[in-house]
Design a protein around this ligand. Structure first.
Ligand code: GDP
Length: 327
């Protein structure tokens, strides 16, 4: 067993109108496409599927906006049967009233037929907007949808809203939250991280999927976007250095099973670093070839306690391996 049981595959469906940004999101998050290159992507015109070979084996499907999936020509079970979350993308830089109507139809359809699917609304491309306009747009969209759902008697539909852009970290944070909701292990991971934080004086701890830079859990203390940003930037260091030495990692788009690296590959050293970034110390340690723990330390002198921290993190790693059964 290596923690890759099918239950560990969060399947996401990206939906939204033409040019709302579906291919861009899938490209930037799951295929490491530089955001500027999304300008040349072809718009999504057919149902397409891709997967990212990583700790979770994410599966992403795109459903173009103009397809009428209610029609009997479509095998709805085929489209929605295994989906954990539908991510509905709304272009915040464009007129969005039509998109809202389509979104409402989708939510009510899913609430009736597939009530376990979360609907995650991404108010997207907010990078081009002023702070005020961005917040007003976000509030307006959320309010309209919630009012309509309430009028239709769907107050309890599982719908959440996020502000996103492919030009900053927001898209990675939003997808992280979407994926965490689909992980049955999340409460266990959070409580393990909470106790690690209190035993090691850690301000904030993230468990990252290294290749996607999605965090699959964090401790439950309040967080701000900058914490995620500093920690996720440190992941780039692991990937760069890891190419020189350390655990072999599978290619981002690796498709075949035989390229997989075993989890309990003890032949190579895992990477541990503690370094000062600005005013804070950051601690990073690879948990296996897919997962890394990244922490922001809360005091000025964690170096003095490094042996203790390493020991506690070792205990955490042991617990993690039991949660995902990779040993
Ligand atoms: P799709 O038809 O839904 O797959 O849309 P695309 O992914 O092809 O995106 C349409 C256009 O939106 C492209 O030119 C992207 O560069 C642009 N785009 C996507 N995401 C963002 C974003 O977060 N901000 C901005 N400013 N443009 C974006």
């Amino acid at each position: 067993p290596n923690g890759r049981q099918s239950g560990n595959k969060p399947r996401l469906m990206l939906m939204g109108q033409r040019r709302s940004g579906k291919s861009s999101i899938s490209g930037v998050v799951f295929h490491k496409l530089p955001p500027s290159e999304t300008l040349y992507l072809e718009t999504t015109t057919q149902i397409s599927q891709s997967s990212m070979h990583s700790f979770m084996d994410f599966q992403i499907a795109e459903l173009p906006g103009h397809i009428d999936f209610f029609s009997p020509d479509f095998d709805q079970a085929d489209i929605f049967g295994n989906i954990g979350a539908v991510i509905w993308i709304i272009d915040a830089q464009d007129q969005y009233l039509d998109a809202l109507t389509q979104l409402l139809n989708t939510i009510t359809y899913l609430a009736q037929e597939w009530p376990n699917i979360n609907v995650e609304v991404f108010v997207h491309k907010v990078d081009g907007l002023s702070e005020d306009f961005k917040n007003d747009t976000f509030r307006d969209i959320r309010q309209r949808i919630q009012d309509e759902l309430s009028d239709l008697g769907y107050d309890n539909a599982p719908v959440s809203f996020h502000q996103t852009s492919i030009y900053d970290h927001s898209i990675f944070e939003a997808i992280s939250k979407v994926i965490q909701k689909l992980l049955p292990q999340l409460p266990t991971l959070e409580s393990l991280l909470n106790s690690l934080c209190s035993s090691c004086r850690i301000q904030k701890a993230y468990l990252f999927d290294i290749l996607s830079k999605i965090y699959i859990a964090s401790d439950t203390s309040p967080q701000d976007t900058t914490s995620y940003e500093v920690c996720s930037d440190l992941i780039d260091v692991v990937v760069d250095v890891g190419e020189i030495y350390g655990w072999a990692r599978p290619p981002v788009d690796g498709k075949t099973g035989d390229q997989r690296t075993e989890f309990n590959n003890h032949a190579c050293e895992s990477m541990v670093t503690m370094e000062k970034k600005g005013h804070k110390y950051l601690y990073l340690r690879e948990m296996n070839s897919y997962l890394a723990l990244v922490c922001i330390m809360s005091d000025d002198n964690p170096m003095e306690r490094k042996v203790l921290i390493d020991y506690n993190v070792g205990v955490f790693q042991e617990a993690l391996s039991k949660v995902f059964q990779w040993k």
